[in-house]
Design a protein around this ligand. Structure first.
Ligand SMILES: NC(=O)c1ccc[n+]([C@@H]2O[C@H](COP(=O)([O-])OP(=O)(O)OC[C@H]3O[C@@H](n4cnc5c(N)ncnc54)[C@H](O)[C@@H]3O)[C@@H](O)[C@H]2O)c1
Ligand SMILES: O=P(O)(O)OC[C@@H](O)[C@@H](O)[C@H](O)[C@H](O)CO
Length: 384
């Protein structure tokens, strides 16, 4: 039986990868640094995923897995030594710590079975991270293991086109949409062609920019605007006429920019980003989609990166700037980086804060527009 280790047993770890590999008959081992995640998985012995496909909603119960916490005794070691594929659905900031923890596992793997190869698939919405991830994974390896790692472990990026949500990362009730596959950078060292929703692709870097701009840019704007207008879920925010108008316009600005900036046909772009509609409504939370506004508003990311490219081509970016302005007004007290951003705005003022996080020059017309839209939201009382 083939085995996968899923590092990061949160929403995607359980709701996408646990469910999908289980469906294909693989043995599953979860590894998470949060003891609560592992406790919940063990306490219940199973978890439930509501899978929204195009023509059905399936209720799947996943059981028979192993779950390990990142403990000092390396209770996950045997499972790691038997693994063929490692899935890493983690936020970008967590890869370094995960890599450091896994160093001992890679070292043991090398000692016991130096001929065997591994594929490690990183799942984030941040492009160009792989060299940094490989560096941090190798940092704590002895020199002979480093050399083995270079030839035997394929660390690959991916493009994820599915929303998966739950009340918390440790929840065992998960809702996911299954309408488009995970695109995985080639070449890989292991065969997972029997697993649904995993597809190899040799153009990941280019396509990932496009996907993050076209899908995640409007998505983040919906969440930021939805929050300001008092909604809790993305579907509810999408039903608001004003928000729907802004998002429609922002999406159009982004697609026009992509057609100028990238060598892609309309059909290819459509295939990448215009996903089939899943059956039923998926109550994706604004909290999850808006999470970490500092990352989402940063230079090169889904909104600032798209606006910069619009400006470069003399194309409009007004609706994108409205989304950015709402992001600077996102005050969710449970979101650490939203709180940090608000403290900065109090201390430095809006102009300086936009400059600090987007790295746009103070006289950039995008920055000026974001500040203007932010003030307009304040005048309307949407930003307090
Ligand atoms: N949920 C989605 O719909 C979705 C969609 C697209 C992309 N993503 C991306 O996938 C990644 C994961 O998202 P998620 O929603 O599953 O997040 P999540 O917070 O639900 O799960 C992340 C899990 O990783 C664990 N973790 C953190 N650091 C770790 C470490 N060093 N070692 C082991 N475990 C560690 C956390 O405890 C948590 O359980 C993020 O990069 C996110 O941007 C998520
Ligand atoms: O995962 P993040 O925080 O980068 O972005 C939140 C959502 O936009 C994202 O998770 C999407 O749901 C996902 O990328 C689906 O395409």
């Amino acid at each position: 039986m083939k085995q996968v280790m899923i590092v990061g047993a949160g929403r995607l770890g359980k709701g996408f990868f646990g469910e999908t590999f289980d469906n294909a008959g693989w043995k599953i081992a979860f590894l998470d640094k949060d003891p609560r995640v592992v406790e919940e998985l063990k306490r219940t012995g199973s978890y439930h995923v509501e899978v929204h496909r195009v023509d059905s909603i399936e209720n799947r119960t996943v059981s028979g897995y192993e779950a390990y916490v990142c403990d000092e005794n390396y209770s996950c070691m045997d499972a790691f030594l038997n693994t063929d594929v490692i899935m890493l659905p983690l936020y970008p900031k967590d890869f370094r710590e995960a890599g450091h923890y896994l160093s001992k596992c890679f070292t043991e793997f090398y000692k016991k079975q130096p001929e065997k190869k591994l594929t490690a698939i990183c799942v984030t919405n941040k492009n160009y991270l792989i060299p940094e991830i490989i560096e941090s994974f190798k940092e704590k390896l002895p020199d002979d293991v480093k050399a083995w790692f270079d030839t035997n472990v394929a660390v690959r990026d991916s493009i994820i086109r599915r929303g998966t949500d739950a009340q918390t990362h440790y929840a065992t009730e998960i809702v996911t949409m299954a309408v488009a596959s995970l695109l995985i950078q080639t070449p890989v060292y292991n065969d997972f062609s029997d697993v649904e929703w995993l597809e190899l692709n040799d153009q990941i870097e280019t396509l990932k920019d496009l996907k993050v701009f076209a899908i995640n840019g409007p998505h983040a704007s919906t969440a930021f605007w939805g929050y300001l207008k008092g909604y809790k879920t993305i579907p509810d925010a999408e039903k608001d006429e004003e928000i729907a108008g802004i998002i429609y316009q922002a999406h159009k600005e982004i697609l026009d920019m992509i057609m100028e900036e990238y060598d892609i046909t309309k059909e290819e772009l459509d295939h990448l980003e215009n996903l089939p509609t899943p059956m039923g409504e998926i109550p994706d939370s604004i909290y999850r989609v808006a999470f970490d506004p500092i990352r989402k508003l940063s230079r090169g990311d889904r909104l600032t990166g798209a606006a910069q490219r619009c400006l470069k081509h003399g194309l409009p970016y007004e609706a994108i700037a409205k989304g950015m302005a709402a992001g600077f007004g996102y005050t969710e007290p449970e979101d650490e980086n939203a709180v940090k951003l608000q403290e900065e705005i109090k201390e430095l003022g809006i102009e300086e804060t936009v400059h600090k996080y987007t790295k746009l020059e103070k006289d950039s017309p995008i920055l000026r527009k974001v500040v203007e839209e932010y003030e307009a939201l304040k005048d309307r009382g949407l930003i307090k």
